[in-house]
Design a protein. Structure first.
Length: 328
């Protein structure tokens, strides 16, 4: 049971990304809800781990600043599939009394955007790599009474393969985009992100009660002279393990704390833009199985509320594979 919880915490130990928002910047640097099911405050035993997460949002709808759908049912639809391979290294070293780890994440994103009613819609799909995420440090402390606390920092690089700058949305033709290029959703951002994280877990007798908090800061997109507002993310987990099986409930929230900034009038200064402060809340079941050295977790989140962004149900499947410890 303890080994299963340690394996499951790998998916929580790295900072993963990507989920759609409104305004000019399409993507968030953290994949909302991706930490559900893991032990937010813990690192696994020393060694290398491969984590693969398959994340699908099948029918996202655009919501305005009142929380109402834009254009009615299927007026503006976005289908998103994200493949997130991650390499995590739990070093076995101590720093400031904490276990030390690091991670590297390179997501691949597929998007299909449809604008208009069925039979009249214009649609386009696109494959591309998201911004590479480097997590240079993960520090996890063991506390009394089975508590764990973790802090980490993720850095998102401006190296995605399909962004607003190299798409037809910006007026330049991208050979990787199909004939409806004006309606594709790019797969990455044209800016850098910095995402500090704090995770807290209570791991006792098969129980995992965790909360994972992140705050994202983005640099200005120099191509569009647009800057996304700072945002707060939180993923929550309550699970109980019975032998090889784990069952529970997960939830997530996203709250942008200030408006985006951009040029409202051509040639004018950069100003705060009203109606760009996005919000989202979701909740759903978690089920996991421990195959021995590997573990698999399925999570489904039902959309509770969305504002100023694309919103809807989503699900993800997380595989954790220990790769061993060559330094042992």
């Amino acid at each position: 049971m303890k080994k299963f919880l340690l394996a499951m915490c790998v998916s929580m130990a790295v900072v993963m990304m990507v989920a759609p928002v409104s305004a000019m910047e399409l993507w968030d640097p953290h994949l909302r809800g991706s930490s559900e099911g893991g032990a937010a405050g813990a690192l696994p035993p020393a060694g290398f781990y491969f984590v693969n997460e398959m994340y699908m949002m099948p029918g996202l709808q655009l919501y305005d600043d009142s929380g109402s759908q834009v254009g009615g049912h299927r007026g503006t639809d976005l289908f998103v599939f994200v493949e997130i391979p991650t390499l995590l290294w739990s070093t076995g070293c101590k720093f400031l009394g904490a276990d030390y780890g690091m991670a590297l994440v390179e997501p691949v994103v597929y998007t299909n955007l449809r604008v208009g009613q069925p039979g009249e819609s214009l649609a386009g799909d696109n494959w591309g790599t998201f911004n590479t995420l480097l997590v240079p440090y993960i520090l996890s402390w063991k506390l009394p009474c089975d508590w764990r606390i973790k802090t980490a920092l993720a850095i998102g690089f401006n190296d995605g393969s399909s962004t607003l700058e190299n798409s037809a949305l910006a007026g330049s033709k991208n050979p990787n985009i199909n004939n409806h290029e004006l309606f594709v959703a790019p797969s990455a951002n044209d800016y850098y992100s910095f995402i500090p994280e704090i995770g807290i877990s209570w791991l006792h007798a098969g129980w995992n009660v965790s909360a994972d908090f992140r705050f994202s800061f983005e640099t200005k997109n120099t191509y569009t002279d647009y800057q996304s507002g700072d945002a707060f993310y939180a993923d929550y987990t309550i699970t109980r393990t019975f032998g090889k099986w784990t069952f529970g409930l997960g939830a997530c929230q996203y709250n942008q704390v200030d408006n985006d900034k951009g040029i409202a009038v051509a040639g004018g200064p950069s100003v705060s833009l009203p109606g760009t402060k996005t919000t989202m809340y979701t909740m759903g079941p978690i089920i996991g199985y421990n195959f021995g050295p590997c573990s698999l977790t399925f999570t489904y989140n039902f959309a509770l509320y969305s504002q100023d962004q694309f919103g809807g149900d989503f699900c993800f499947l997380t595989l954790v594979v220990p790769l061993g410890n060559p330094f042992k």
